[in-house]
Design a protein around this ligand. Structure first.
Ligand SMILES: C=C(CC[C@@H](C)[C@H]1CC[C@H]2C3=CC[C@H]4[C@H](C)[C@@H](O)CC[C@]4(C)[C@H]3CC[C@]12C)C(C)C
Ligand SMILES: C[S@@+](CC[C@H](N)C(=O)[O-])C[C@H]1O[C@@H](n2cnc3c(N)ncnc32)[C@H](O)[C@@H]1O
Length: 351
């Protein structure tokens, strides 16, 4: 049976799909718990439960993401005549270039996944990247990929919560987050934490998931699309493009640039997702078969079904223009960190 190939990029094999750090028997129950969370709006309001929910989500989806997407868990603008891998790397190198990274600098990757972006950025710039992710399965995967890529010296990965990072004040020369801070129950908490660990005068770049100016809260179709995107991606509530900028300023950052990289002349980021539909049907059949044979744990099929559905809503979000996964923020921690730090502390206290 030929089920070893990945849908779009070689790496994880279908026969190895599992539930991350969960045992085989835990996958179905964890998926049910995950799904139930989104059926009860009061739970989404219980912000302290979100990091655990996000950890569960990544136990459930990390293998499928690697199998069907690759080692970078984010979108990229399409580039005509260029393959997905290169499109992805271009989007990652842009972060390194905006941060003006070079050898010897210590850079934070807040929400690093299995480290696709950190490897591109370290190899491109020669800087030392320290990644943090809440999911210990991703830490193991990232370390293994770093070692295979010969980048263990430049790339370090730790398991932890980006809302409470185990790093000293003013200890990084730069910081970035790629499609990760959207998981924070309060955006200002993660921004304030990144602000704290960044040296004065240094830059933070983020690709944010946001609703755009086209989103109408009174349009039921818009509301449905955004709710389904939140459900399929472990999001406690998407923020608008305006809110992310306001929050960055509130914690003390100077916002040097904020721009939606999805807007024309950029080519649609959702092309890859939409074009992959046939492959996803095939994947669904493969997973059904592996589940029937007892090779894939019970529950993986349901997780795949959820992702299938979320791919459709993400595409709708892109096509309607109400959602962007790549609102760029370039922020600087002011040199006179004193006043700004006070603002950051006050912002956290009031959140
Ligand atoms: C930033 C986040 C994740 C963004 C993307 C990397 C993922 C969002 C939706 C995912 C996928 C949807 C469909 C899957 C398909 C059914 C399966 O057969 C193969 C994997 C998918 C293509 C999967 C891959 C990753 C995504 C595109 C969020 C979580 C904040
Ligand atoms: C969509 S993935 C993006 C990963 C990576 N930036 C990339 O582009 O490949 C989001 C990442 O954010 C991490 N994350 C979410 N909430 C977190 C938290 N509270 N603390 C640390 N990491 C978190 C997840 O574990 C995951 O690694």
């Amino acid at each position: 049976m030929c089920v070893a190939g990945s849908a779009e990029q070689k790496g994880k094999r279908a026969v190895d799909l599992g539930g991350g750090s969960l045992s085989r028997g835990e996958v179905a129950g964890n998926y049910r718990e995950y799904a139930a969370f989104f059926d009860k709006p009061q739970q989404i309001a219980a912000k302290d439960k979100v990091p655990k929910l996000v950890d569960t989500f990544y136990n459930l989806v990390t293998d499928i993401y690697e199998w069907g997407w690759g080692q970078s868990f984010h979108f990229s603008p399409a580039v005509p005549g260029v393959g997905h891998r290169e499109e992805t790397q271009l989007h990652e190198k842009y972060v390194a270039d905006l941060l003006e990274l070079g050898p010897g600098q210590r850079v934070l990757d807040a929400g690093c996944g299995v480290g696709g972006p950190m490897r591109t950025i370290a190899a491109h710039s020669g800087s030392n990247v320290v990644g943090i992710t809440i999911n210990d399965y991703q830490v193991a995967r990232a370390r293994s990929h770093n070692s295979k890529a010969g980048l263990s010296k430049l790339c370090e990965v730790i398991c932890g919560d980006f809302l409470h990072m185990p790093f000293g004040d003013d200890s990084f020369d730069a910081a970035y987050s790629i499609e990760a801070t959207c998981h924070a129950p309060q955006l200002r908490d993660v921004y304030a934490e990144i602000y704290r660990v960044l040296k004065p005068g240094k830059l933070y770049v983020s690709y944010e998931w946001v609703t755009t100016c086209k989103y109408q809260a009174q349009d039921p179709e818009h509301v449905k699309i955004i709710h389904e995107i939140e459900h399929g991606n472990a999001l406690p509530g998407l923020r608008s493009y305006k809110q992310v900028v306001e929050i960055a300023k509130e914690v003390g950052f100077e916002v040097l640039e904020d721009r939606d990289l999805a807007l024309p002349p950029a080519h649609p980021w959702w092309t890859r997702l939409k074009m992959g539909r046939l492959a996803y049907y095939r994947n669904h059949v493969v997973i059904a078969l592996l589940s029937f044979l007892g090779i894939a744990p019970q529950g993986v099929f349901e997780v795949h079904e959820m992702l299938f559905k979320t791919a459709m809503y993400l595409t709708r979000g892109g096509e309607t223009g109400i959602f962007s996964p790549m609102h760029l923020l370039v922020c600087r921690k002011p040199l006179d960190g004193g006043d700004a730090a006070t603002a950051a502390t006050a912002a956290v206290a009031s959140s």
